[in-house]
Design a protein. Structure first.
Ligand SMILES: [Fe+2]
Length: 305
């Protein structure tokens, strides 16, 4: 009974040893990941310096709060959506509006309005945008009282809450649809943005020779009783990175049409005084199969709920 191991013997010990029941699922997944990493180190002859540089990078990544950036940038967020789409197709579930990644920058509890609101809090900047439409069920019927939770970056490509220079909930609002399922909001067309330079995420992307740009987009969570929570984004057409998003989040059905020169009439309550750019977009929800599916919870809140 020696304590000298070959790499294979060590791996077996790491994966097999346990003195309590633990969690079988966690053990299985951990064993796979550890096995794959052992293999990577052996086959690519990873040096001690390379290994510890990676460990240091992971620690800095966690400390910087950028884990959610790396998961998107390495394709995991989109992978989960692809798998959810595949599962829906297998189950014959209604298509609805395509899902898109949530991203790491959602904040719950944004100010709530009925039918219409301004995201830009009365400070005109950039090109005025009014987005409007309806929330519909799979049969095209209006969903009254649905919650449209919307957020986007400011003119510098930064999000309130994570950017100390912005007011709380700036460019974040929740809008409850009216009896016809309608919503509308005024804001400005947000720019695209890039991962913060000098950050652990940027460091890896530099080493990979990849850019960290995201095309201009607006995020949504759309929730309604009896309907499956929809997490999605719309993309602004014409962006350089529309088809080269570092987070792989663009989807064909989510690139909206801009209608510049839309007349003011009927939009006065949003404070518009000149022709503006309108986007019309209806959100089509899937019926929820379980109560859990309809819960208006962002991804992290869902796993800790
Ligand atoms: Fe975003």
């Amino acid at each position: 009974m020696g304590n000298e191991f070959t790499a294979a013997e060590l791996l077996a010990r790491v994966n097999d040893s346990h003195s309590a029941a633990g969690d079988e699922r966690v053990r299985t997944i951990t064993a796979r990941i550890v096995s794959d990493l052992f293999r990577t180190i052996e086959e690519l002859d990873v040096s001690a310096n390379e290994f510890w540089a990676a460990a240091d990078w992971l620690a800095r990544l966690g400390a910087s709060g950028q884990v959610g950036l790396i998961t998107a940038g390495l394709g995991f967020d989109r992978l989960l959506d692809i798998r959810a789409d595949e599962a829906d197709r297998r189950a014959g579930r209604a298509a609805g509006t395509p899902r898109a990644i949530e991203g790491p920058l959602y904040v719950a509890g944004a100010p709530l309005s009925k039918y219409e609101t301004r995201l830009d809090e009365g400070q005109p900047r950039g090109e005025v945008l009014v987005m409007e439409g309806r929330v519909l069920d799979e049969h095209g019927r209006a969903v009254a009282g649905a919650m449209v939770d919307v957020w986007h970056a400011n003119e510098n490509g930064r999000y309130s809450h994570f950017d100390p220079e912005q007011a709380e909930y700036a460019l974040r609002r929740r809008i409850q649809t009216d009896a016809q399922g309608r919503y509308r909001f005024r804001s400005f067309i947000p720019p695209g943005y890039a991962i913060p330079p000098g950050s652990p995420t940027a460091e890896l992307f530099e080493a990979l020779g990849r850019h960290g740009h995201r095309p201009a987009h607006i995020h949504f969570l759309v929730a309604a009783s009896g309907q499956r929570l929809l997490t999605t984004q719309i993309n602004i057409p014409g962006d350089t990175f529309l088809d080269d998003d570092f987070a792989f989040a663009t989807r064909d059905g989510l690139v909206v049409s801009l209608e510049p020169g839309t007349p003011v009439s009927g939009y006065e309550s949003l404070g518009v005084t000149r022709p503006f750019t309108r986007v019309r977009f209806d959100f089509v929800l899937q019926p929820a199969l379980t109560e859990d599916e309809s819960k208006p919870l962002a991804r992290m809140a869902r796993v800790t709920a």
